[in-house]
Design a protein. Structure first.
Lengths: 273, 273, 273, 273
């Protein structure tokens, strides 16, 4: 490997891949520590998020995801519950003990989101939103940085470098599908990114097969494939009743489907060691 | 045409395409009014921007472009002069009378940029940065909304709808190339978007062949092609000395090349009427 | 320009771009000679092809296109009239004097097609069908080589080199759209290929806006854009009654629409000289 | 599932996915039968192919691959040993008992290749070469149909339908990467195709991680991922000395690397049952 323009993200100079601690180490991710993050696309109500949190916890999830600031393609679609949603996530954490992961869209919301969230997500539409990345470089929360829909791996690592160079050492990458000509899946989940990133960076690599495929029926196969390819964790959409979800119901597993997948993943993980 | 999810951007209900006025009508764009915007990728110094402004004005440009908040892929690259750059643009406007177009990245900068700029650009990395779009919907300045690198035309119109539905009626679209497998050009400038947009929306459509091709030698051909396809204007990078430009020099025309192109465009425009 | 792996296709060593003669020079294409090829996607009947040939001739076309071996995505779709179709094309040529251009799919058909056709087309599905290209390198007919749907310009020139290196010097390139994520058009017609090819090769460059956009309403804008970008000719689908066409009716112009476009192209061409 | 335009390839009407027998059932693939095909990109010499065959057989491969008709992007690159190569493959089969898989490019070679090969491959450049597919529909050899570089899954199944509808019931699909903007890998291996195909068709699905990634270092991760996603087999390039390979050496495993991978795959397979 030659010199890379992302000295802080580069694998060079790291004897081992990094492990990143979420919520004071209650969850670890990277370098052998596998992290299973699950939950609904959007936080909808106290009942929904608590029920979902209990179910995914029981099934073996390590953290709870749920969106409260939703980047919706249309201005007329549900934009999320905002701070009220953050409070509901905190309630779900209190009930289950699961750390919470949620997305931020606006640099002006980073401090507020950081008060509630244990890990802050940057979604695929904001992976080159540099003011947001710089703001996230200044706080003390791990950042889960998704890949942009048309972002090369090289550019992705440079976006991580924005956060790292501003002072936050805890960046987790998350592959979630790229744009291609194929329309049988919502995006093309690019698992090739896993071995490429393992060679290029010390940062942990997660995979989101829910957004990657856009179809619940394809999620288990791609979740197992991601693990077999070496991913350090998974981000999976789970909803107590996908048919009534306010967003992305078609790609959400039921709590039962998630429990079944989680069992398969444990078996697979043992075989891969 | 059936019902579209972008009622404000839709062509339906508009007898004519819209004309948008920049700087109190000193420049008009759309529905027959053609607008030629030129200038450097980045504002570098007083000398550079004033020299460039004078040259493009003399060559027939209607407005001056120049970046002061630069969305650079690497955090270690030049990030722009910021407010100092805005003041230099204002000086260039004072000297030449040309309205100024410049990019904003951060919703917290919208008010400041709006004090200086006559038209505010949203770049390809921020076309789905919804907090930024909402903020731009609240001010009284035309917005030049570039297409995202992996954005469908449908999604682009929904991003325009974010601005329109927040109250700002003056949105100008600008095609600047999409991501494909082809590497002979920096991006694939998608001129097909012009007739598609003409059928779908009443908003004016500009084209940026400089970013679209990434190569100065290809800019004149694609500029003329854009005009022949029906574009309402062009956004062209011009630098007094491209070899020394701090960014994107390889895609910038010299002042002389721009003057030659401008002459050709006038002849072409007459033939197309 | 450095050394290229396509010495025969390369622009290097050619003082001028090449002109290629079709049917003993009754039509010329390249280096200033513009060629307008029009006709139906598929030859359907004597009446259809003769009516269409007369109409496009009257409107100013230089050559007639029509498919008799059709590469259809489904085996259950109309596969073309085969040799009977070649005879109908010859009849249309006899009636109008227009040279004929038709596609070949199978190396075993090259000799037969060469007996009838004045120019032989290789379609986008066969641009890396090397046995076919080698066979076409052995005959004395110009070859119109379309770009593959996922073919880089570099690979395209190497496919041309297959024909050239086998002994046939008359290769005409034809851009017809590439595969991208955008679905508002059937393919993404890549006009950027025109200036790139003008810099890289001495071979003439045509554009097919009918397949490129897949929509008759967008064909005139893109035909004019192609001419303005420097194309040496156009390949346009025209059908006397698009609504009843056995294939690709939605992208075919009526004879009247083609005549109107042809008039606009003549005006444009004068302005571009 | 609604009606599909590929009635013979469709999953509908099949209680179980199909199993296809190669060489009178000495190897089976599909519906639980996993097939590991390995060997060099190109057959180069008796020593090379026999050594490689012995090594992959010892490591657990079920069949030997090796190209003798090579579809090379440049006409000046090695085009394969042709019939001499077929004889060398037959020798390797005699020595090891492994069935042989090799590619055909030209419909005129189908009968000859069918005399030697136990399974005939159609490469990514020929997946819409319909005369070739029709010819393969007439013989009694399984066909391994790779996906085209810009081919949707829908189109791929229609290409399979060409072979099936011509009378050959033994079609095996093989994902090998699609063209995208990402350049960190040679192509983007699309493992999402596996669960999609499992839902859509009864035909077996193989994966070629060697061409998909273009980099030997990434092959093991993607091979395991493909198996975890449900692939019915793998096609892996192995060369006794990749550094001296006449083609695609950078993506070939050494015999030792293949043996290590094969061991890992057996463990993984047990865990996935």
């Amino acid at each position: 490997m030659g010199v890379r323009p992302y000295p802080l993200a580069s694998r060079v100079g790291h004897a081992q891949p990094s492990t990143i601690a979420i919520r004071n180490g209650s969850v670890q991710v990277g370098n052998g520590a596998f992290c299973l993050i699950a939950g609904p696309c959007a936080v909808e109500s106290r009942e929904q998020i608590v029920e979902c949190a209990r179910a995914v916890k029981a099934a073996g999830a390590n953290a709870l995801r749920g969106g409260v600031y939703k980047p919706r393609t249309s201005p007329y679609d549900f934009q999320g519950l905002g701070e009220e949603g953050l409070r509901l996530l905190a309630t779900a954490r209190e009930v289950t003990g699961l750390p919470i992961v949620t997305e931020v869209l606006d640099p002006r919301d980073v401090a507020l989101v950081g008060e509630y969230a244990d890990c802050i997500q940057v979604g695929s539409r904001n992976t080159q939103n540099y003011p947001l990345l710089k703001e996230l470089g200044l706080i003390r929360r791990p950042v889960l940085l998704k890949r942009g829909m048309a972002m090369t791996i090289h550019e992705w690592l440079l976006s991580a470098e924005y956060i790292l160079s501003a002072g936050n050492t805890d960046v987790i990458l998350c592959e979630r599908g790229i744009r291609t000509f194929e329309s049988a899946t919502r995006h093309t989940l690019d698992l090739n990114a896993i071995p490429v990133l393992k060679a290029e960076t010390h940062l942990p690599v997660l995979v989101d097969p829910s957004h990657g495929t856009g179809c619940a029926a394809y999620v288990p196969a791609m979740a197992k494939a991601a693990m077999a390819a070496g991913a350090d964790g998974l981000l999976i959409e789970v909803h107590p009743d996908p048919a009534t979800a306010v967003s992305d119901g078609e790609q959400s597993l039921t709590c039962g489907q998630f429990a079944a997948l989680s069992t398969q993943l444990r078996t697979l993980r043992t075989a891969l060691r």
